[in-house]
Design a protein. Structure first.
Lengths: 450, 237
């Protein structure tokens, strides 16, 4: 019973305990807040990438694309685990606004709006056609015109403080010209002997706000068949650059990707003797994580660095607890001597101080976690208040493609952080208490007598 | 020797053989005990007297297994303490001996009753304590009543006088009904009237059969014991 009574009394009576509790609480608070915000930013960013491309992408890096995609699409759509599959034609071109004399290099995605919106969350990125994405390429001012959807940052727009873009009630009639170099299936210029390029006039129909900076700044979306003609991918054996696939609810990403890869390998093998079989060799099947690796990896690396930095913070916490418990136990050598003189074992003495340390860890991590959760719940309100009164905000929403400060608390992460804090407290207290428990009773008592 | 009941009577409860102990002080080594022999019979009241630095407290600590000799051995009821494993030593300190220190050495965070019951708590786990706590608390209260501390059960040590604290320490030492009570200068920190009070308590305990070994530097106090052993220069004179 003394193993509960003594630690409880030490915890409540010794003021230095409150320092130890405060140290643990502060560390837990910092880790909870920073990790939640960082994890939120990374999750949000990953989510945007996932929404943009779907679950699985069958694609080629080659600007020529690959043939026989319609056949493979049909095979995919027959699978139980595939909810939707949609082809995409990709390329690069120049975009000009007639009369301005300005050209910008753009990336072009040719999509089938209905299918692409089933395979990805493209519909949610639109403004004027959010509710009828099938008509994304039909400008409301004249649906017969060849419409295009552009990345939201390609049109000069003002933004409010929350980062929301201002839109007119109707899309402006903006005429644009897109120019591309069409390529043959062998990768040669399709119009080598003539005028080299394909140029088409297109009209602004809508903009797409994916939240991905590079995409929103340079992407132009066109109807799939329109893009195929621009790139020289149309004809008797049409080509596509990629097929975006969405799995059914509950289907495993890894299993789905592996299945599609097996299917593709079988498909490529079955077409090995076909005319454009060589184009099938450059096709890869990837999950959205691997497909967008180049965008996601830097953020994940920052997250790993932050975790490493906070591990160091954890080591510092252990050291602080060690120092505080060393001081506490130095003051308690008399008590340890008394306990040993009445026959209490070394192990039991260490248990007394570890129980004390566990109390410090639990109290500190409880306070830190509670304060962290409260702070996170109110973080955006606090930022609004600071901006209203002092003009200060964490980041300029008119510049960064980030909205509210992420504050979605992950309970598993919180449990790990608080458990780690308790373990840190135990680790910090273990050495001083084990060392003190090792001494002979007379040595412990004589120190205090002196 | 065989007693009237047919059971052998132990001639010696506690026996020290050739005890040597030294301490390192800086570069020098100071020999405190130099081959000392001692025996204590059941029911005896032994006073070990000597000048300051003569080694009497060191001897008491070795007899109570709070310290280890450099050479020699201590036997308790015929068993050598140096052969005891850690758990046996803990049980020896918990049940066989009760120690009373000059500076009381009570736990400040526990009240009087809890301090006295500490040896009983030490021998039980948490669940074991829940089963025997009522009996143990009654026994502790009984001891405190015998020592005139019935009104002080809920007080903390800092709220007691020196004499009261020493009586709490005696009650704690008696909690598990030890076979030997070891008292290290029990009146050393008290005024003469209070000290006499404590000595009367020890005499009464001894009259009831308690074996006591007491260390003192005061001859007048030592004379209250049955047997006085003088220590000088690390040896019995």
């Amino acid at each position: 019973m003394y193993k509960l009574i003594l630690p409880t009394r030490y915890f409540l009576k010794r003021r230095i305990t409150y320092l130890a509790v405060a140290a643990v609480a502060l560390c837990v608070f910092i880790v909870v807040v920073v990790m939640t915000v960082m994890n939120g930013l990374v999750s949000e960013f990953k989510g945007k990438n996932h929404d943009f491309v779907g679950d699985c992408i069958v694609s080629t890096e080659s600007l020529v694309g690959f043939a026989y995609y319609e056949e493979f699409l049909n095979e995919l759509r027959d699978q139980d685990f595939v909810l939707a599959a949609s082809p995409v034609a990709k390329g690069f071109g120049l975009l000009t606004q007639p009369g301005t004399g300005q050209n910008i290099g753009v990336e072009i995605m040719g999509i089938e709006p209905a299918g692409f919106c089933e395979a990805t969350k493209f519909a949610q990125t639109l403004y004027y056609h959010k509710d009828d994405p099938v008509n994304a390429f039909a400008p409301t001012y004249n649906p017969t015109l060849a419409g295009c959807v552009v990345g939201i940052d390609m049109i000069s727009r003002s933004r409010d403080r929350s980062g929301k873009y201002y839109h007119n009630s109707e899309p402006l009639r903006i005429e644009l010209m897109v120019t591309c170099f069409p390529l043959t299936a062998k990768g040669a210029l399709a119009k080598a002997a003539t005028d080299l390029v394909n140029s088409k006039t297109i009209y602004y129909s809508d903009d797409s706000h994916t939240g991905l900076v590079k995409v929103d700044a340079r992407m132009v979306y066109l109807p799939f068949e329109f893009a195929q003609k621009l790139f020289g991918m149309a004809g008797a054996t049409p080509r596509a650059s990629a097929i975006h696939v969405k799995f059914t609810e509950g289907a495993s990403l890894k299993t789905g990707v592996d299945e599609i890869e097996k299917m593709w390998n079988g498909f490529a093998g079955a077409h090995a003797n076909q005319k454009y079989a060589n184009l099938l060799k450059n096709v890869s099947v990837q999950s959205w994580l691997d497909y967008r690796r180049s965008s996601i990896a830097p953020m994940e690396k920052e997250q790993v660095m932050l975790i490493l930095l906070f591990s160091m913070l954890g080591i510092i916490t252990v050291f602080i607890i060690f120092v505080i418990f060393y001081m506490i136990i130095c003051h308690k050598t008399k008590d340890i001597g008394i306990l040993k003189s009445v026959g209490i074992s070394r192990v039991a003495i260490v248990q007394v101080f570890l129980t004390f340390a566990a109390g410090v860890g639990i109290a500190g991590s409880g306070i830190g976690a509670g304060a962290g959760c409260t702070f996170l719940t109110k973080i955006n309100d606090m930022e609004d208040w600071l901006f209203e009164h002092f003009g200060w905000e964490l980041w300029d929403r008119t510049v960064y493609a980030i909205g509210d400060i992420p504050n979605d608390i992950k309970w598993e992460a919180l449990a790990i952080i608080t458990a780690s804090a308790v373990l840190a407290a135990l680790a910090g207290a273990f050495l001083p208490s084990a060392r003190a428990a090792r001494d002979r009773p007379v040595e412990l008592l004589q120190v205090s007598q002196l | 020797m065989i007693g009237m009941t047919g059971e052998p009577i132990m001639s010696e409860m506690l026996k020290a053989n050739g005890i040597c102990k030294s301490y390192k002080m800086g570069q020098t080594r100071i020999e405190v005990l130099k081959g000392l022999d001692l025996s204590v019979r059941p029911g005896e009241f032994v006073a070990i007297v000597g000048a300051s630095g003569s080694g009497k407290s060191t001897l008491l600590h070795i007899l109570g297994a709070l310290d280890e000799p450099d050479a020699g051995s201590v036997e308790f009821e015929g068993k050598r303490l140096d052969k005891f494993r850690a758990g046996e030593l803990n049980r020896f300190r918990n049940k066989m001996v009760g120690f009373v220190f000059q500076f009381y050495h009570l736990l400040d965070e526990l009240n009087v009753l809890e301090n006295v019951a500490l040896p009983a708590m030490a021998q039980s786990g948490t669940i074991g304590w829940l089963r025997r706590r009522i009996g143990a608390k009654k026994h502790a209260q009984g001891l405190l009543e015998r020592l005139g501390l019935a009104e002080r059960i809920a007080h903390k040590p800092y709220q007691l006088s020196g004499g009261e604290r020493q009586r709490v320490a005696i009650a704690r030492a008696l909690m598990n009904e030890p076979k030997v009570l070891l008292a290290d200068e029990p009146t050393g920190n008290l005024d003469s009237e209070t000290g006499n009070g404590i000595l009367r308590v020890l005499e009464e305990l001894n009259n009831n059969g308690q074996t006591i070994v007491m260390v003192t530097h005061d001859d007048r106090i030592a004379r209250r014991a049955h047997n006085v052993i003088r220590l000088a220069d690390g040896k019995i004179v």
